[in-house]
Design a protein around this ligand. Structure first.
Ligand SMILES: [Mg+2]
Length: 441
């Protein structure tokens, strides 16, 4: 670490006796220990029972690892000098290698930093690297942020929701998926979801649709929604950004009499003004946000008042830290939060932690038995306590364990990651129209 590289919190005071010349030659871990001593004189945080001091701050980050596991998830594991292990998830579906590169770049810079100073580490990752935001960098940052909250909760012996102000609800509503990329037979699938304990589902509104397609391309969507509603379930329709304006506004109008729970990404991200135009034409709640990262990305949608439900993805938008802030910001615009989470158990647990302590949380996506969870890999595969995610009356009960509240099967994760490393990571299907042109997936 050179003198002009970013320094851990406390460096300006605790390290006042460390000259720039000395700092330039100290290894990061040693330098961080010197800085950290100054901070912890003033911090009451008690170390984890298993921590060993040996003259070192036990909360210093010792190692950050990432694990790509099937079906398509990227887990992050952070271990402190005191032996506390935190897990996070930075899954960015179809972009695994990109996020791994970012993760490894950040990981080597964070060695020796105090894991308890989450906000400071977030600031370093987001603000002190000049280039910021976007799907890849933010997913890497998210994975680390989630793991740090897991560590903090474990060190202090409380769930993350306790650290964020305490619980505001005992159960968190969730929804499961039906249909898949090419939805059909949704009625049978909806019945299965109902039997599993769900009261709400989500499905893709359409297959691929042309920029200006035949209006008949929309007929089946309306029929499918009516079928699902016929058994007393509510359903959100995910337009998936597949429809462009000429088709999106037609479909929204057609769906309106059938009262979907919400329509999601009726237009692609990046079109807040056009989304506002659509918003003004229909009464259906509009949800959006899985491809927005940080409060700054959400800001135009909030200020325009063109969405009802914000859907930050905790593994993309900035982890627990940023998702909490997006939620608080949304509340000021009377906008609810429905975390996007077709991902793994760590992202889901992190979403639930937000759910239990956030007033304007409304519902969370749950990937259990989702169409992408294939090959015998599903939401519970890598968990030692899957019972905490049991769905009853459409909700998951309060997570009581420390940190994220879930226990991971590290042996299985390491074994699977070694095997998955020999395989090509998951990528999304490619949609082309009859003329061969690319269509939105
Ligand atoms: Mg979506």
């Amino acid at each position: 670490m050179s003198a002009n590289e970013p320094q851990p919190l406390g460096a300006s005071t605790a390290a006042a006796d460390i000259s720039a010349r000395e700092a330039a030659y100290l290894p990061p871990s040693e330098l961080a220990v010197k800085f950290a001593k100054g901070i912890h004189q003033h911090q009451p945080a008690k170390p984890h029972a298993s921590a060993t001091h040996e003259g070192k701050n036990p909360h210093l980050i010792k190692k950050i690892e990432d694990f790509y596991v099937r079906p398509r998830w990227l887990f992050v594991r952070i271990e402190t000098e005191g032996g506390v292990v935190g897990w996070g998830e930075g899954t960015l579906e179809g972009h695994t290698e990109s996020v791994q590169g970012s993760l490894r770049d950040i990981a080597r810079r964070l060695e020796g930093w105090d894991a308890m100073n989450i906000e400071d580490i977030y600031s370093f990752m987001h603000r002190l690297r000049f280039y910021r935001g976007g799907a890849t960098l933010m997913s890497a940052l998210s994975g680390i942020d989630i793991a740090l909250w897991d560590i903090k909760g474990k060190v202090l012996g409380v769930p993350v929701w306790e650290l964020l102000g305490g619980k505001v609800r005992e159960t968190a509503p969730v929804y499961g998926w039906i249909g898949g990329d090419r939805p059909s037979d949704v009625l049978e699938q909806a019945k299965v979801r109902k039997a599993q304990g769900f009261t709400r589902v989500k499905m893709n509104a359409t297959e691929s649709v042309g920029w200006l397609d035949s209006p008949h391309a929309l007929d089946e969507t309306v029929q499918r929604l009516a079928e699902v509603k016929s058994i007393g379930m509510d359903a959100g329709l995910d337009f998936h950004g597949r429809l462009h304006k000429p088709m999106a506004k037609q479909l929204a109008k057609l769906l309106e009499p059938h009262r979907p729970l919400f329509i999601e990404e009726p237009l692609l991200p990046g079109y807040p003004n056009e989304t506002k135009d659509l918003y003004n034409q229909i009464s259906i709640p509009i949800a959006l946000g899985e491809r927005l990262f940080t409060r700054e990305d959400f800001r135009p949608y909030f200020e325009l008042g063109c969405i009802d439900i914000a859907q930050p993805d905790i593994a993309h938008a900035g982890g627990i830290s940023e998702t909490r802030k997006i939620s608080t910001m949304a509340e000021a615009y009377d906008i609810g939060i429905a975390p996007h989470c077709p991902l793994g158990p760590l992202a889901f647990a992190a979403c639930l932690q937000i759910a239990f302590c956030t007033t304007n949380f409304v519902v969370c996506e749950m990937s259990w038995k989702m169409h992408y969870n294939t090959g015998g890999f599903d939401l519970f595969t890598y968990m030692l306590n899957p019972e905490v995610f049991a769905v009853k009356n459409g909700s998951v009960s309060l997570l009581a364990g420390p940190g994220l509240g879930i226990e991971m099967n590290e042996e299985l994760i390491r074994k699977e990651a070694a095997e998955a490393a020999t395989l090509a990571p998951w990528t999304n299907p490619i949609f082309r129209g009859p003329d061969g042109s690319v269509r939105e997936w």
